[in-house]
Ligand binder design. Structure first.
Ligand code: GLN
Length: 597
């Protein structure tokens, strides 16, 4: 616990409950124990966040901002996302449908909201921060087969809701945390999320009013012809929530303009919350403003009063966010870079890359314009017209799966290599950079990736040996944080300033070491690998200004507080390229990454 005075901020209110009073183990009792061993009611407080009116209003950003705010008031905080779908994790969901698949250090493949939480909390999360209906049902069906429900008929209430509560409490107990912010996916009224709301309602009952709160995030539309904000949709969504037995304690209103007193009063009256608990959250130019916006409306104080907590310290504003907001108030030189992928219509598919670029651009004090090229349009051998890359100072080949767009990606990698444009290849981008180099520099014309050429006689990238015997798709890739050994006197070493780093992976294929000598002889080197030197994990071309490929996803670990070193060095090289492009071919840049704030 971390109150400034060494207390936990809860001493005055310490009213932990004896769990045994709540438990009944007799066969005919309806009360079933869904508490982890040694769990203490009252030790952790919960804030459930529901959404109303429509999806995409920014529940994730509100939840992350609230977590950030509470952490900077001195509480220990964690966040949970609950998603209604029956997939056990996000690993089997197409990013074009649901946005990027984020990967946690422990290998959990999850919703991209978890990426926002990690960036706002500056903390590594794990499997307990992410609950899907699929995960809950898997637990239940396995338990049922083992006979662990002791002859009961297994029901949504209490078993599904009970297992949800158990998972939430397990996270709370793991810290233990002072506060957990639990975001319930979707919008109130969705059938697929109803068990999460019911579990949250039960938690209020189980743990008591002093320990559980609800925030409802809604859209308050602006009616142009009437010239006013409208509260009716919010009233309706709060009614829908009331029907489920939940009265929100605060209502967070997303709108294009700030709420005025009249609309606050209306929402307060119709939705049974005091005016002060109606929080205005108008559109802003940056999500990094949201914690301060919440603070200006005393959100942490409202929470502390409701949950009987003392604020451990004054709001200790985040330096990283301040740096970002100061950056926004200045103008900068612009650098243009391009992302060559196949989900370029849905930028959420690459959200961590965009965030990593943002962190680096602030550090380097430049403005960034990101352009998109759908490489599936280039797989037919169509030439890359010079002018589409005019003024571009860096190319990123992102991760990906399958054949579509792969040949097109290879062509852009070739262009970056030959035109000495700074290049960063991420996972699939690393693998395809090897294929390109083998074909066009080493003369291995048939060099291929077995993901799209299974029977190639020159498989420079092939399935990881442990992958060959797997039949299931979900959760079977090489996943999560693994150590990478960095070779001294390489560009990668200059960036990281370390001989060993941990990076996050999500792949099935790897470089085939039979081709290592042939590739290295021609000037592409492997500067990072597994500590046993078996799997190649970073490639670079030393005579190129900046050409790096990584088998891992460096974008997943970039934080506002410490931009990822390879991204930062890439952007720095892009700046140098932009400068030099006016006159000459760029020289090797001097990388000064590796230092942190
Ligand atoms: N499809 C490649 C593999 O499975 C790359 C994966 C990725 O880019 N995340 O190895």
């Amino acid at each position: 616990m971390n109150g400034q005075d060494g207390t936990n901020g809860m001493d005055e209110w310490d009213d932990e409950v004896d769990l045994n009073e709540h438990r009944s183990k007799t066969d005919d009792s309806e009360a079933i124990d869904f508490f982890p061993p040694n769990y203490r009611i009252g030790r952790t407080k919960y804030m459930f966040v529901t959404g109303g009116v429509m999806s995409g209003v920014g529940k994730g950003v509100f939840s992350a901002s609230l977590g950030h705010l509470l952490k900077h008031y001195g509480f220990t905080v964690s966040q949970i996302k609950m998603d209604g779908y029956l997939n056990q994790d996000a690993g089997t969901i197409n990013p074009y449908r649901h946005g990027e698949v984020f990967v946690l250090n422990d290998g959990t493949e999850c919703d991209m909201d978890l990426g926002t939480y990690e960036r706002f909390l500056d903390d590594d999360l794990n499997q307990y921060n992410y609950i899907t209906s699929g995960k809950v049902y898997r637990i239940i069906l396995d338990k049922e087969r083992r006979g662990e429900y002791l002859g009961r008929d297994v029901q949504v209430v209490p078993h599904v809701t009970g297992e949800i509560k158990y998972l939430i409490r397990t996270k709370a107990h793991e810290g233990p945390y002072d506060i957990i912010v639990v975001e319930i996916g979707g919008t109130v009224g969705d059938i697929e999320n109803i068990h999460f709301i019911e579990a949250a309602r039960e938690m209020l009952y189980d743990e008591g009013r002093d320990h559980v709160m609800f925030a409802h995030v809604t859209q308050v539309p602006y009616n142009k012809s009437a010239g006013e904000l409208k509260s009716k949709p919010t009233q309706h969504s709060v009614k829908a929530l009331l029907q489920l037995g939940v009265q929100p304690d605060i209502i967070v209103c997303r709108s294009t303009i700030p709420l005025n007193t009249k609309i606050r009063q209306k929402i307060s009256l119709y939705c049974n919350v005091s005016e002060k608990h109606v929080i205005s959250s108008p559109d802003t130019d940056s999500i990094y403003r949201v914690p301060t916006l919440l603070d200006q409306q005393h959100t942490a104080q409202i929470l502390a009063a409701n949950l009987k907590l003392n604020l451990p310290q004054r709001f200790n504003r985040s330096r990283a966010f301040d740096i970002y907001l100061n950056y926004l108030s200045r103008s900068h030189k612009t650098v243009r870079i391009v992302i060559t992928g196949k989900y370029t219509d849905l930028h959420d598919s690459y959200v961590s890359i965009l965030n990593a670029l943002d962190h680096s651009k602030v550090k380097l004090d430049v403005n960034l314009e990101t352009e998109w090229i759908d490489t599936s349009e280039y797989s037919d051998g169509r030439p890359i017209k010079d002018n589409i890359l005019d003024g571009i100072s860096g190319i990123i080949a992102p991760g990906g799966f399958g054949e579509r767009g792969a040949e097109g990606k290879i062509r852009f990698i070739q262009y970056a290599r030959e035109h000495r444009i700074p290049f960063l290849g991420l996972c699939y981008g690393f693998q395809l950079a090897v294929v390109e180099f083998a074909r066009n520099v080493c003369g291995l014309k048939n060099a291929a990736h077995t993901e799209f050429d299974e029977h190639s006689d020159m498989p420079v990238i092939y399935l990881l040996p442990e992958q060959r015997k797997l039949a299931e798709m979900g959760g079977t890739m090489r996943l999560g944080g693994h150590e990478v050994k960095i070779i001294r006197d390489t560009l990668a070493y200059k960036c990281y300033q370390a001989e060993q780093v941990t990076e996050r992976f999500r792949h099935r294929y790897e470089f085939n070491n039979d081709y290592k000598d042939a590739i290295e002889k021609q000037g592409m080197i492997f500067s990072g690998m597994t500590p046993d030197e078996e799997i190649m994990q970073i490639l670079e071309i030393p005579e190129h200004p900046y050409f790096i490929g990584t088998q891992f996803h460096p974008e997943l670990t970039s934080r506002p507080y410490h931009p990822q070193p390879l991204f930062q060095a890439f952007l720095q090289a892009a700046c140098a390229y932009a400068e030099d492009a006016k006159t000459d071919v760029p020289d090797q840049v001097t990388v000064q990454a590796g230092q942190e704030e």
